[in-house]
Design a protein around this ligand. Structure first.
Ligand SMILES: Nc1ncnc2c1ncn2[C@@H]1O[C@H](COP(=O)(O)OP(=O)(O)OP(=O)(O)O)[C@@H](O)[C@H]1O
Ligand SMILES: [Mg+2]
Length: 239
């Protein structure tokens, strides 16, 4: 199985190299866990280290805010966009019902999104896609059956184009996905979490599943540093 480096410092080693190429991975966590950061870091690494261009679909945040926040982490998305190495699709403004000056926009509709992704992948040869979040997209669907079918369709199309895809997912009360089906529709699941110990917030990450890969089964501490997400050894849990 061909693997693609995630670029998340410390994670590739515990995955045995990276994510399986062309598969769909769910990155789940509560508010502020680091899901969007994870997604952008994955795309940024693909571009600067592997020459793989990427697409970031933002349903939960205006792309202008994504660009601003990433600049604080040292990632200048504007430059990558100018070189057509990265495409940001605004799914936020149509969802919020406000106008947008973004070049790429999508309604909250899986079929429409797939059509756009296929066109952009054809033009830019993108090999990495992040959909932030699948929860927003699934909220537009009416039944569990529809959610399953549409996520499978999205995942199958991305796979046929050999695009490795991250779907971010809202996690509430320890339940990995909002609709309870997203984790079954993905080939892998990474859970980001945080909890308070002695009044100190500790972020942690675990690989819940990764079909076809032997991976470790431990909870790892991580931090969001000026270089992005860094995953540490378990012994460093209480620092
Ligand atoms: N430059 C930075 N340096 C260190 N930590 C940062 C930096 N920028 C953001 N953070 C941390 O990352 C958190 C947000 O990360 P991110 O937006 O990736 O989370 P998220 O899981 O996508 O959140 P949401 O559920 O709201 O979409 C912030 O709450 C903050 O704690
Ligand atoms: Mg986010």
């Amino acid at each position: 199985m061909e693997l693609v480096e995630t670029g998340i410092i410390g994670l590739d080693r515990i995955l045995g190299g990276g994510f399986p190429k062309g598969r769909t991975i769910l990155v789940s966590g509560p508010a502020g866990a680091g899901k969007s950061t994870f997604g952008v870091q994955f795309l940024y690494h693909g571009i600067v280290s592997g020459g793989e261009s990427g697409i970031f679909v933002s349903f939960d945040e205006h792309p202008a805010h994504v660009r601003e926040e990433c600049l604080n982490l040292g990632w200048n998305l504007n430059d990558l966009e100018k070189d057509n190495l990265l495409v940001l699709i605004d799914g936020f403004s149509p969802r919020a019902g406000v106008s947008s000056e973004e070049k790429y926009q999508t309604p909250v509709d899986v079929d429409e999104l797939i059509t756009q992704l296929v066109e952009i992948i054809d033009k830019t040869s993108a090999e990495r896609v992040v959909i932030d979040s699948i929860t927003a997209l699934a909220l537009s669907m009416e039944t569990e059956q529809q959610i399953r079918k549409q996520i499978l369709k999205l995942s199958a199309v991305m796979s046929s184009l050999e695009c490795t895809t991250i779907l971010t997912s809202e996690m509430r009360g320890g339940v990995v996905s909002r609709f309870g089906v997203e984790e079954f529709m993905s080939q892998g699941v990474i859970v980001l979490n945080y909890e308070y110990q002695n009044s100190l917030a500790i972020r942690s990450l675990n690989i819940r599943k990764m079909r076809g890969l032997k991976h470790e089964m431990v909870e790892r501490p991580f931090a969001i540093t000026p270089n992005g997400i860094e995953v540490y050894a378990t012994e460093q849990f209480y620092f």
